[in-house]
Design a protein around this ligand. Sequence first.
Ligand SMILES: [Zn+2]
Length: 439
Amino acid sequence: MKTKLLLLLFVVSISFGQQRTCGTDAYMEKMLSNPEMKQQYLDLQKQFESELERLTNAQQNRNGNATFSTNATIRIPVAIHYPSVVNSSSATVKNCLRLLAQKQIAILNADYNATNSDVSLYSGYSSLFPGTFVGSMDVSWEIATQNHPSSSGLIDGTLAVTFGTNFLSNADSDSEWAGYCNLVVRNISGGILGYSPLGGYPNAGMTVVIDNNAFGATMTGSPTSCSGYVPGAPYNLGRTLTHELGHFFNLNHTFQGCDGANCATSGDRVCDTPPADQPRYDCNDPENPPAPGPVPGGGVNPPLTTCGFTQLTMNYMDYVQDSCMYMFTVGQATRMKAWYNFISGQLQTNVLANNDFVNNNFSISPNPNKGIFSIQLTEVTDNYTVIIIDALGREIFNGEYNQTTDLAQNIQLDNALSGMYFVTILSKGAQITKKIIIQ
Ligand SMILES: [Zn+2]
């Protein structure tokens, strides 16, 4: 085992920027070298397997579509930490990194709900993978906005994004931030792009760590990137975090080996991911794979077919470049949902945006008015919709807006009659209506 670890560290030290390397295996190897922790880990995993079995049995919807569950969308509170950015940094620097965090969260929400624009690529290859369909976790990742830990100094209504905290000075967890899904963005030595516990526990304040050059993606608008935190190709589409959070929700790599005939207990323990024994690094076409051998930019291409199956290289839990991973399977989504059920009691629920938060950040002026007025939001945690209804319940206006660029809206209601109207703001997890009078 030790030899394997040393070899792994050696390989990653010469490969940064050339091929993906995830530190989760090394992290877990280190953690499980402690006999007590190993026993604890195995006991909890056994309990988890019961939950997984229950969920799998309950799941009826396995007819080949991406729908995973009829349960309500689950909401996961996220806190993001930039320990290397001093808290006295300028507002410009901090705002840029907050935007980058929001960009990354938007990517997560797309990837975990199979609404990413490239998921449709799978239809071109699905005939190679009978029984393997795109999965959706039906989850909402949300940066927390209130009831922050008192030590953080953050006030209600601001995002749970910290700068220069002591986070991770000596460990990969911080009890101050228990109850959150904590993301730490920093320069990881050894060239590893990211790592996570395999099955993370929010009540211990466990973290997922992402390298500062593999977090988020190029932003639309200005600025397009933040100094020192520029995502570097080919890991510049935010998928390192998609991969690492898969580990946090107890997914293993898809290339765990060909051992054993029982897919539920061997390999990655997910039956609809074909077993494979080596990671894939390149963005090749599974139907027309390049010959095994060196990959441009580094690494070696193993044979495409391993363990007697075509490798599901487009899966987020392989090692391919960001632009060619674009799907979880239904089985993986089930496993992550089961992990969520297993740990959901550990997640804080009072830190997410709710009606109070939106109400405090939402104003309309002037009011009364003559049909021309402004809506101002100081902060929302997701894109939002404005709906205006008249006194008879008829919708007379409906607009969708971007959370970062459209916080102020000038609205003009042509030919609106005098009377009372209701302006509703709909955003993730919140809905607030205010009355206006048109004179
Ligand atoms: Zn990994």
